[in-house]
Ligand binder design. Sequence first.
Ligand SMILES: Nc1ncnc2c1ncn2[C@@H]1O[C@H](COP(=O)(O)OP(=O)(O)O)[C@@H](O)[C@H]1O
Ligand SMILES: [Mg+2]
Length: 271
Amino acid sequence: MSTARKRSQRLETMGTLAAGLAHEIKNPLSTMSVNLQLLAEDFAQARTPVELRTLKRARLLLGEVRRLDQTVNDFLKLVRGHELHSEPLDLELLLTDMLRFVEAENAQLGIRTRFSPDPDARMVHADPSFLRMALMNLIGNAQHAMAGAGGELLVATRGREHDVEVSVTDTGPGIPPDLHEKVFQPWFSTRQGGTGLGLPMARRIIEELGGEMRLLSEVGRGTRFTATVPRAPRQLTGGAGGDAPRAHDGSGGSAHPAAGPGAGPRTEPAA
Ligand SMILES: Nc1ncnc2c1ncn2[C@@H]1O[C@H](COP(=O)(O)OP(=O)(O)O)[C@@H](O)[C@H]1O
Ligand SMILES: [Mg+2]
């Protein structure tokens, strides 16, 4: 059995056990969140030192409750069996849309963005929402890596015989070689407020879509994550650019339920 398959099966078992527990945690968290909000509102006009302290503590607790809820959500995304609906998908359009989404944030962080799509590798076969979620995690990580000093984000595609490589490259601090496997393990995070679930989830999605994820990094120079995505079936025989690019946003007649103007998950996953 392949390593990817074994990993996938292990996660499946974990998922069955964990999904119930996660829901048990989410309900009381929601009660806590609502009541902490009410408490903070009651003390919104705080004047005395005791009142001010109470307000500060309520807000702190609210922040922690929200973070815990985010962790549970990310965990559920990771362990839950995904229902993938792959379809012919215009990768260039998807990436253009994603980069537009982070444009303003990148400008604020001092990150220059470059996009280098391979014109002969537009059409892939993938689930738009899940592919977006996986790639958004890579872009989010690149942003975090460059958040302090700025830098350059390069998103590129390159067509190969049966698949398309999508790479996300940053000029951040890089990842030391001894951590190259670790970063894909659940809960590993060096980031303040990070869950350590972004990369394992992204890798799992890419593998379930029939591709693989690779990491190339050099400390002090930057990091490149590469995900491979299968080409759309027709392109395997019809050659590059054989079919008209079809929008992933439903305008091209896509029957994908999650599709709609500005398709993709409504809430971006925490990366
Ligand atoms: N582009 C990157 N540059 C440097 N380090 C990275 C990059 N992407 C991921 N990492 C490292 O991998 C860890 C795990 O990433 P991830 O699974 O997305 O969790 P999180 O973002 O919540 O920390 C990060 O905390 C960071 O240490
Ligand atoms: Mg992340």
